[in-house]
Design a protein around this ligand. Sequence first.
Ligand SMILES: [Zn+2]
Length: 116
Amino acid sequence: MNEINERGFYDEKVLPKKHVLLCPHCRQSEEYELTWLVRRKRARPPQGADAATLAKFARAQSYMVRREDVIACQNVRCRKRFEVEGIQSVAYMQESATGSIEDRAARLKAAFGRKV
Ligand SMILES: [Zn+2]
């Protein structure tokens, strides 16, 4: 299955979210805004999809992917770059859940957004 077909499964949206992260260099905790690419599964499969694509669409789930792997420390005396740890890079979203993406993101944050 190629990427073009899979992209037709989702509506994409960039969602900023705040996370508290600990810099491993200076040990200072700060709040950082990370951006997530939210891929919300569409209600219908792509037009003209073949059987294999339809089967794949049936299994597809909404999910979000963290876009930043490395960020720069906010401490002006440090400013070193460090890897984002302690936050999942991919989170799946419950299809049965109602409400907006933001509501889902808040719930995901409650479930996965633990401090480092
Ligand atoms: Zn630092």
